[in-house]
Design a protein around this ligand. Structure first.
Ligand code: UDX
Length: 437
């Protein structure tokens, strides 16, 4: 394979993973960030993002002379054949993606880009951004390509090196092919398309995943009311290859840095072109409702009210394997509990400071101490192996609300605790189901 000279602008989890993985495929990569201290740490091989395998790849890349870190985009692009934009695109006013970082990088580097180089949008950007960036660049010789990432936090390196697919879009096909060739060694199915379609793939995929999760959470609620077991229902659904087993786990709602932002952004984009995307709106509303349902369950477990109740929270991150609190459903639930006057103590293996009104302690037992109700909010594997008889001794109450259906209900029962999951029939409607339907 022909090694390319690549610049990656932005060293967040997408940029750093992209840079380190492209270097591991044999390319020469220069990664740039505006944060001087971060660049210094990366040069010393220190990676602060919790991402398995990433620190090793960063160190290997530097040792092999294929990966460098510089301060500022202009220091990275002078020699680049391909420039990846991996800067943040946070939720801006009204839910639309905020493109200020992309625009400022373009303004900084536009005159420095080598003749015939390619700019690649990796950040999730609204449909039409490639065209807009092209307009800002004012460089007919530099095509702008959309190449969305599909990296999950916590498995980003694995996902990069074992992709389900590569999507590359450009209105100039030759540029799309040149970008696709960077990944040739991965042997993944590759979709070559126009820029707008590539941009749309990212939103359509993430919003579909969010919709799948909201659907499952709604089905779980219904299972609870009808006395069905959502674990068996989703297993039965998932064997249908058109549905698949993954992303069928009910929980406290979906969160993180991508799904909430991307669902809002697509809703805005749809509204801007006059399309009322009611299915997507319902997906978001169901997610808000899911958090309220979880709070209702905790309230019931705590004896009908939350004021003055001590609640021990196990897990704060938006999912296991990360220390990321952005749009974490656990924090959304915590906020609702606090609004009703609950006192919150929390433990998360990746978090060592108090957050949003939650007193963070250093182990699960301390979080459970004197708790009227213990609540599992993030599916950390270590929670399965807790000493439940010790938790039963420490806690004031005996109900554990497991919002992820993560624990073994029998193990808890053996130690005198009551397990309440999601969609697995704890709810007693106080009426005979046969009489209702
Ligand atoms: C997501 C997409 O999966 C990824 O392709 C995209 O590039 C970025 O956004 P990520 O935000 O890392 O990745 O999280 P993901 O693993 O997809 O989980 C999203 C949310 O859904 C989390 O809150 C998670 O706990 C929840 N979830 C996921 C469930 O509640 N049940 C499931 O079965 C799966």
């Amino acid at each position: 394979m022909f090694a390319r000279r690549i610049a990656v602008i932005g060293t967040g989890y997408v940029g750093l993973t992209t840079g380190a993985c492209l270097a591991s495929l044999g390319h020469h990569v220069v990664c740039a960030d505006v944060d001087v201290a971060k660049v210094q740490r990366l040069r010393a091989g220190q990676v602060t993002i919790l991402e398995p395998g990433l620190a090793e790849l960063v160190q290997e890349g530097q040792a092999g002379g294929r990966l460098e870190f510089v301060v500022g985009a202009s220091a990275a692009v002078g020699d680049a054949e391909v420039v990846f934009l991996c800067v943040p695109t946070p939720m801006g006013q009204g839910g639309a993606a905020d493109l200020a970082a992309v625009e400022s990088v373009i303004a900084e580097v536009r005159t420095m880009l080598p003749v015939g180089s390619i700019v690649v949008n990796k950040s999730t950007v609204p449909v039409g951004t490639a065209a807009r960036v092209s307009g800002l660049l004012k460089r007919k010789d530099v095509p702008v390509v959309s190449n969305p990432e599909f990296l999950r936090e916590g498995t980003a390196v694995h996902d990069f090196l074992n992709p389900d697919r590569i999507v590359v879009g450009c209105d100039i096909q030759d540029a799309a092919e040149r970008v696709a060739a960077l990944y040739a060694r991965l042997g993944a199915p590759t979709v070559l398309t126009d820029a707008a379609s590539a941009e749309m793939v990212k939103y359509a995929a993430n919003c579909f995943l969010a919709m799948k999760l909201s659907y499952v959470n709604a089905v779980a609620e219904l299972c609870e009311r009808l006395g069905a077991d959502v674990a068996d229902v989703t297993e039965g659904m998932g064997y249908d290859r058109r549905i698949g087993q993954s992303f069928l786990q009910p929980g406290p709602g979906w969160g993180g840095s991508c799904l909430p932002k991307d669902t809002q952004a697509l809703l805005q984009v749809a509204a801007a072109v006059g399309y009322d995307f009611s299915l997507l709106q319902a997906t978001i509303d169901t997610n808000t409702h899911q958090r309220q349902l979880i709070v209702a369950k905790i309230r019931e477990a705590a004896g009908g009210r939350l004021r003055g109740r001590r609640i021990g929270l196990l897990g704060l991150a938006f999912k296991a394997g990360t220390n990321d609190l952005r749009d974490s459903p656990a924090l959304a639930v915590a906020e609702l509990l606090r609004a009703e006057g609950a006192e919150l103590t929390g433990y998360d293996p990746g978090i060592d400071r108090d957050v949003d009104g939650v007193r963070v302690v250093s182990d699960a037992y301390e979080a459970a101490k004197d708790a009227d109700t213990v609540v599992v909010l993030t599916e950390w594997p270590e929670f399965r192996g807790l000493d439940w008889s010790r938790i039963n001794e420490l806690a004031a109450g005996s109900v554990v609300v497991d919002t992820r259906n993560h624990l073994d209900p029998d193990a808890l029962r053996r130690h005198g605790l009551t397990w309440w999951g999601v969609g697995r029939g704890h709810l007693d409607l106080g009426q005979d189901l046969a009489a209702v339907i």
